[in-house]
Design a protein. Structure first.
Length: 144
């Protein structure tokens, strides 16, 4: 039901992690994700620790889902001297091509403990239906 649009995106993510570079709005870093089916919905979970909910942007245009987020540095006073900074800052983005069988009008988003979870229901038209065969009439009736 989900299709990756860029097979080299994972390689870019690994290179960015190894080089320590942060994402920018013109070249965002890739955020890790899991995707799975749970009942009549697809669930996509993105790791976004330390990101404020106001800094998360979710868009759907046709069947393209785009999630962008920005992790900003914590506000510090002038008297703070940074000794070590390993947590990545900057812009993170992920684009996923969704299948036509998903209902993009009813996507639910929840953010808890640094994980953004999207639930995308399967469209009614894509759910399996039983076809009954009528005796003698020659017509088939679809029940759903």
């Amino acid at each position: 039901m989900l299709m990756r649009t860029d097979p080299f995106r994972e390689m870019d993510r690994i290179v960015q992690q190894l080089s320590g570079t942060s994402g920018t709005w013109s070249k965002p870093s890739v955020m890790p994700m899991d995707a799975y089916r749970e009942g009549d919905a697809y669930v996509i979970a993105f790791d976004l620790p330390g990101v404020d909910t106001e800094a998360i942007d979710i868009d759907v245009e046709r069947n393209m889902l785009t999630v962008k987020a920005e992790r900003r540095p914590a506000a510090k006073s002038d008297s703070v001297k940074m000794e070590l900074s390993e947590r990545p800052l900057g812009v993170f983005s992920r684009q996923i091509m969704l299948a036509d069988t998903l209902d993009t009008e009813r996507i639910e988003a929840d953010y808890d403990a640094g994980v953004l979870t999207l639930r995308i229901p399967i469209a009614e038209r894509a759910k399996p239906r039983k076809v009954s065969v009528g005796a003698g009439s020659g017509r088939k009736q679809i029940s759903g």
